[in-house]
Design a protein around this ligand. Structure first.
Ligand code: GRF
Length: 203
């Protein structure tokens, strides 16, 4: 499956997907990395690994719809069949989200449906939960909603601040995103779902 990754910044989850996809048995090929910001650090890593990149700034468009149309054109030009959002900080137009429904995953640093939106790690600390983690989920028009594919769990420790908790969660993000993508693609293409069902969906 030809996968495009959408980023806005650091791109560490993008890296984990690119690394995983180097395995010849991995069911996805990363065919392009898109960023809405020219200064996204992840773009250099992608280029260094021979992956084509594209930058289109949302600021050059006067509507969400027009920007998403341009993004969609780029993805079609690449021949993308599937999208992974990895720290991509734009909300899609409904038309874009609906077009890619069932073909787009996101990773969010909380145990959804808790702590949607911005600063989920701080939200977890404020709520006083004793475990948190990361969720890979299908993207639907509603933000950070959509069926959950896989979750990874970490403890919240007594002396955590948002940065420390974020670092612990990020490690588990890097483990689950490649696994969740592979699992999701296998389930989609496999009429016999039992093979994919062997995989634990909690990490
Ligand atoms: C990650 O915590 C991801 O879950 C969230 O944004 C952060 C992106 O980090 N959506 P990176 O760009 O993948 O390093």
């Amino acid at each position: 499956t030809k996968v495009a990754i959408l980023i806005s910044g650091r791109g560490s989850n993008m890296k984990s997907l690119i690394q995983a996809a180097k395995d010849k048995d991995y069911p996805a090929e990363i065919i392009g990395v898109f960023s809405n910001r020219a200064d996204a650090a992840g773009l250099d890593f992608a280029k260094d690994h021979g992956i084509q990149t594209a930058v289109i700034s949302h600021k050059d468009f006067n509507s969400r719809e027009a920007f998403c149309d341009a993004l969609d054109e780029q993805l079609e030009a690449w021949g993308a069949e599937f999208i992974c959002l990895a720290g991509y900080m734009r909300i899609h137009s409904n038309a874009f989200a609906e077009k890619w429904l069932g073909k787009m995953l996101n990773i969010h640093p909380s145990l959804l449906p808790l702590f949607k939106g911005l600063k989920p790690q701080q939200q977890a600390l404020d709520a006083g939960v004793k475990v948190s983690g990361a969720s890979v989920h299908e993207v639907i028009p509603e933000l950070d909603a959509g069926p959950i594919v896989m979750q990874g769990v970490v403890p919240v420790l007594e002396d955590d601040d948002a940065d420390r908790l974020a670092a612990r969660i990020l490690k588990i993000e890097h483990q689950i995103y490649p696994k969740a993508l592979a699992h999701y693609l296998k389930v989609q293409t496999n009429t016999d779902r039992s093979a994919a069902a062997d995989q634990s969906l909690i990490w």
